[in-house]
Every structure is written in structure tokens, then in C-alpha cells.
Design a protein around this ligand. Structure first.
Ligand SMILES: Cc1ncc(COP(=O)(O)O)c(C=O)c1O
Length: 379
């Protein structure tokens, strides 16, 4: 055995000693109620989505067989990108393999100091997702962090650098995945325009659930968000991701974005299924309303029990417990009762804010919600 393997074992043992050890949960599908899934609209099992996947397999086979720049550029991708661009009020759109890949490689390409001719100034929300941080590491760009969703703080930081002619970027999520709160997207658009900054917003948790016809909070801004990124892996029930942007940005990325160039295109069955799920979104207003009403009701009931749901205003509701071990214990006790919730600990969330994370879906029943509340009360 290679001697340094013990270093990995020591590292994992150290995490376990600090209550930060991660393990794979039991295979899903056996729960009385599952609140850990991001299938917010239940589209992963929608009959029309399944049929679209089946038809695409029959027509195109299982895989794209290559990068989009080689053998993988099927008509399916271009048709879906045109539809995304239209619904996001953007000039164009580009599809990539996953949300992580998109943030890590699209954003890294956009903030490339060599291409820009100067080190960019990148203003970022403190609670941005790990995939966005990955981009800053790859691009070796120092972040200028603003307090979470605090546009007053962002304004102060932008004002401080107002006389700099370095290119400016503002990077945030529209709905934060671990807190379930929204940022003021219209406010960000105004700030970006006033400071001639490029605005990059991650709509992973808003796509399908919020905004005009379910197309995310940036859709409400009529194309004024420079780069709107979103995933198909949450409310659309599949996998993959998109950005909506100017045509020049798309052309640049096709030529420079490593995650696009050096990766096999998404499987045609996934693209066909996600295109179908995307076109179903405008008809799902009632589901979206039910989802938000359900989450609001849960928050009210949790508050009545003295539990802290943090900043949540959406379908994602955390119960912030603070202590890592206590959070794990609570998660395990809930799972033992057939109720699956996620235990989220640092470094995914800031120190001392470990939490149970519940994500609601329009398919959850009142009985499942009652079972969750009862179990949380006992735990
Ligand atoms: C805000 C945010 N961005 C990006 C991602 C990554 O998306 P994907 O799961 O498609 O890689 C996630 C999912 O974990 C997320 O929550």
C-alpha cells in the first residue's frame, strides 16, 4: 500500500473527530417522505418528460458521442438553446454538462485577466456556492466579498473602487441553496449598470420555481442580467445546466471555456427530456403557488416550535441548529422515522450554522408535511 494513503485516512479521521465526516446516505426511494431532493416540481417523473427521453434514445442512442465541437452537436441542443434564450430574453444560450462544471469553467473563462487585459475586480456574495469559488481559484482572482445579500455593503465596495478602470464583475445566486432566501435581482441590475460591471447570477434554485412563467428571477429583468446561469438538476428533475447571455459571450465561451470544449456533450436523452420539462414550466403556476404556500406554512409551524429557519422565504427551509453533532443526530433520528432531510455542515455553510435543510416539492402531501413537523417536534 502506498505510504501516503494513510494521510487520506488521517484526514477523514480528523473530520470525523470534528463531526464533519460525510457518508453516502442509504439509497433513496425508501422514505416515507423525502425532503432532501431538489425535484421541486416532481418533473423527474413527469410522463411527458419520460416520453421525450425515450423518443430521444430511440432516435439518437444513449450518448452524444463527442464534444459539441466534434461529433456531439445535435439539432436537439441548438433547438433547446434557442428556446432558453427566448424565455430568458437573452440573445443566446449555451448548455453544459452540469451546474458545477458551468460555474467553475464559464466564470473562470469570463474573468480571465489575460483576455481582459487587467486583473478583474470580482464582487461576490459571502454565501456563494462552491462551484463559483472554484472559478475564482482557477482564475487566481481575489474575491471582494460583500455581506450576504447586502446591497448596501456591495454599493460601498463598488463606490470604493469607482475610479478603478479594472473590469468589474458581480457574482451571486438569485436564490441561495442553503438558506432559501432571494437576493434583490433588480437592485443588482441597477448597481451593475451604474458601475459598468458584468452581472453573473446563478439561478440553480430559482429555475422552474420563481420568476416570470417559472423561468427564474432573472427572466423578470428582460435580459438585463449579463449572464444568467441555471441548472436542469433541480426543478427540471434531470441534469445539465445553461447560461443565457449575449451572442458574443457565447462565441467567446465556445472558443475558451474548458468545460465546454473538453467535455462530451450531454446525452441527447437528457437534453430532450430537459427541453420538454422546460416547455412545461409556464403551465405550472398552480404547483409553484402550492409549493411556496407549503413552505410558508412549514416556517410558521417551525417558528411556533421555537425553531430558527434563518433567512428562508422560499421552498428551501433550513432549521439552523448550530452544532454539527446535534445536527447529525437530528438527521439520523428523522431518517430512522423514514423522513429524509439533509444535514448541512461547514464548510458548505459558515461555522456554527450547521442545519437541517428541507427542500419542498409540489408533490409533497399534507400528511408528509404533518409527519415531518411531528418528527421535528419529537427530535
Ligand atoms: C447554487 C448552485 N449552483 C450550482 C450547483 C451545481 O449544480 P449541478 O448539481 O448541476 O452540478 C448547485 C447544486 O448543488 C447549486 O446549489
Amino acid at each position: 500500500m502506498t505510504a501516503f494513503l494513510s494521510s487520506y485516512a488521517d484526514h477523514v479521521a480528523d473530520l470525523a473527530a470534528r463531526g464533519l465526516h460525510r457518508r453516502l446516505p442509504p439509497p433513496s426511494g425508501q422514505w416515507l417522505a423525502d425532503f432532501s431532493s431538489n425535484d421541486y416540481l416532481g418533473l423527474s417523473r413527469h410522463p411527458e418528460v419520460l416520453a421525450a427521453a425515450r423518443d430521444a434514445v430511440a432516435q439518437y442512442g444513449t450518448g452524444a458521442t463527442g464534444s459539441r465541437l466534434l461529433s456531439g452537436n445535435l439539432d436537439l441542443y441548438e433547438a433547446f438553446e434557442a428556446r432558453i434564450a427566448q424565455d430568458k430574453h437573452a440573445e443566446s444560450a449555451l448548455i453544459l454538462g452540469s451546474g458545477y462544471q458551468t460555474n467553475a469553467t464559464v466564470l473562470a473563462a469570463l474573468i480571465n485577466a489575460k483576455v481582459l487585459g487587467a486583473e478583474p475586480l470580482v464582487f461576490t456574495d459571502r454565501l456563494n456556492h462552491a462551484s463559483l469559488h472554484h472559478a475564482f481559484k482557477v482564475a487566481e482572482v481575489r474575491q471582494i466579498r460583500f455581506r450576504h445579500a447586502d446591497l448596501t455593503h456591495l454599493t460601498e465596495l463598488l463606490d470604493k473602487h469607482a475610479h478603478s478602470d479594472q473590469p468589474k464583475f458581480i457574482v451571486a445566486e438569485s436564490v441561495f441553496g442553503m438558506d432559501g432566501d432571494c437576493i434583490d435581482v433588480a437592485g443588482l441590475v441597477s448597481l451593475a449598470q451604474a458601475h459598468q460591471a458584468m452581472l453573473y447570477l446563478d439561478e440553480a434554485h430559482a429555475t422552474g420555481v420563481l420568476g416570470e412563467r417559472g423561468y427564474g428571477l432573472t427572466a423578470d429583468q428582460g435580459g438585463r442580467v449579463d449572464v444568467a446561469m441555471g441548472t436542469f438538476s433541480k426543478a427540471l428533475g434531470g441534469s445539465g445546466a445553461y447560461i443565457a447571455c449575449k451572442q458574443v459571450v457565447k462565441d467567446y465561451l465556445i472558443n475558451t471555456c474548458t468545460g465546454f470544449i473538453y467535455s462530451t456533450a450531454l446525452s441527447p436523452m437528457v437534453v430532450a427530456a430537459m427541453h420538454k420539462a422546460w416547455t412545461l414550466l409556464p403551465a405550472l403556476d398552480a404547483e409553484r403557488q402550492r409549493l411556496q404556500a407549503m413552505a410558508a406554512d412549514v416556517r410558521t409551524r417551525l417558528h411556533a416550535m421555537g425553531l430558527d429557519t434563518g433567512l428562508s422565504t422560499t421552498h428551501i427551509v433550513p432549521v439552523i441548529l448550530g452544532d454539527e453533532r446535534r445536527t447529525l443526530q437530528a438527521r439520523d433520528q428523522l431518517q430512522a422515522r423514514g423522513i429524509n432531510v439533509s444535514a448541512v455542515r461547514p464548510p458548505t455553510v459558515p461555522p456554527n450554522t450547521a442545519r437541517l435543510r428541507m427542500a419542498f416539492g409540489s408533490h409533497h402531501t399534507p400528511e408528509q408535511i404533518d409527519a415531518l413537523i411531528e418528527a421535528l417536534r419529537d427530535v
